[in-house]
Design a protein around this ligand. Structure first.
Ligand code: ZN
Length: 417
């Protein structure tokens, strides 16, 4: 479905500043028997709204296609993510006076990592997630989870069973929602209107553009969030941003805390982030076109490097196969001609093949067994942790290629420097 008007302000004045070509959905890893079935590709292009500045994909793939039953993303497999959630809950408790038995609802709750931290702090909890396999895992861990999109029916169920929510969270959910107006209407019905808060955590478009994180653009991410366009949009729902915190996770995220207008004092952080966005000129055509130019250069440099290494008969593999890695691979047309195999910590993706490039995926330990010369690191946001976990591979002479923002080769020698 082509998006003809801005998701926030309905303006039809949209400026396409980035075209990454056509891609299969990044989570559609294939089974061996499916390798011959054709893959459907969808356009991956980003528009900037010339009226409000909101950044959004030009084409929306139906959620039924994107969020299939066996969604292969199991959150929080890394220490960094776990630590992040613990810290998240601590700061919210302190600032917003949550009480025992308050209700916490997590949208897109996955296997319930964040909710389990709320539970530990004596809140009542409920999760909502559209992937049935993920819900089963959560419910088995005693995290009550409704298998549904966050829609009217799901909200009705929660209201009936548990009442209004004092805190609603959505980490990396907001950017996935096509109808944000309906989303906020449902939030308004569920949230406690006197002291309820909505906390969303999203990758910040400012960081995306600064660090050339073009690989974080994929079909599931319909919007690329900056704060300034959100302010008038939220106001239509009598909501306001009361605090924004910057976070390192996923290559640079912002945590936005929202409540009904007047409930809480608005912190200085909101103005600070808005000023940063203004200074970066996120709506300037020149800035946006320059971004596209840098993306093309990154592709040229990376494919030149891989081609050179292949000519030298080097074995190259991929370590970690996150969704965003698929954008990079498919945009740069890196397939099994370059790459022997990929590895992934999450067992949900193992023994499958990457969408588009058909690269087989195995568990991480294959790297030590086969000792390839180079491992391309697609989860660069966790590079420090991944490199430390694979220090044995480096010691044995292996090297990492980090593709973004600048292409870097890391060996045991350079790592120690
Ligand atoms: Zn707009």
């Amino acid at each position: 479905m082509i998006l003809k008007k801005c998701r926030l302000c309905d303006s039809k004045k949209l400026f396409k500043f980035l075209d990454l070509g056509s891609h299969p959905p990044s989570d559609q890893f294939k089974k061996k028997i499916e390798l011959d079935t054709p893959t459907t590709n969808y356009p991956l292009q980003v528009n900037s709204c010339l009226s409000c500045g909101f950044k959004q994909l030009s084409y929306v793939v139906e959620p039924e296609i994107l969020y299939q039953q066996n969604y292969p993303y199991e959150s929080s497999l890394t220490y960094q993510v776990k630590k992040h959630f613990d810290e998240f809950v601590k700061s919210i408790f302190k600032d917003y006076n949550l009480k025992k038995n308050d209700l916490a609802v997590d949208i897109g709750s996955n296997t319930g990592v964040l909710l389990s931290v709320f539970k530990k702090n004596n809140l009542r909890i409920v999760g909502v997630d559209p992937a049935s396999n993920i819900c089963k895992i959560a419910n088995r861990k005693s995290i009550p989870t409704i298998n549904s999109f966050f829609d009217r029916n799901a909200v009705n169920k929660i209201l009936k069973k548990k009442g209004k929510a004092q805190i609603i969270t959505g980490t990396n959910v907001f950017a996935h929602v096509n109808d944000l107006k309906l989303f906020l209407k449902n939030i308004k019905r569920l949230i406690h209107n006197k002291r309820g808060i909505l906390v969303i955590e999203v990758p910040h478009f400012l960081t995306l553009i600064k660090n050339l994180e073009y690989d974080t653009i994929y079909h599931e991410h319909l919007s690329y969030i900056s704060v300034i366009p959100l302010i008038p949009f939220l106001k239509k729902f009598k909501l306001e941003i009361v605090d924004i915190q910057q976070r390192e996770v996923h290559g640079g995220s912002i945590r936005i805390i929202i409540s009904e207008i007047g409930n809480y004092r608005v912190k200085k952080s909101v103005l600070k982030i808005c000023n940063m966005e203004k200074k970066a000129k996120l709506n300037s055509r020149k800035v946006l076109v320059n971004f596209q130019r840098k993306v093309i250069q990154n592709r040229i440099k990376l494919t030149a490097l891989l081609t050179k290494l292949k000519k030298m008969k080097k074995k190259i593999v991929i370590l970690s196969a996150p969704a965003k890695g698929m954008t990079l691979l498919n945009y740069c047309k890196i397939d099994k001609d370059y790459i022997d195999y990929a590895t992934e910590k999450s067992s949900l993706k193992q023994n499958l093949f990457t969408p588009g490039g058909n690269i087989p995926v195995y568990s991480d330990d294959k790297i030590l067994k086969t000792k390839p010369h180079y491992a391309l690191l697609l989860a660069w946001n966790f590079s420090k942790e991944i490199i430390n976990n694979n220090i044995k591979y480096l010691k044995k002479g292996g090297k990492f290629i980090i593709p973004i923002p600048d292409i870097k080769i890391i060996s045991y020698k350079t790592k120690r420097k």
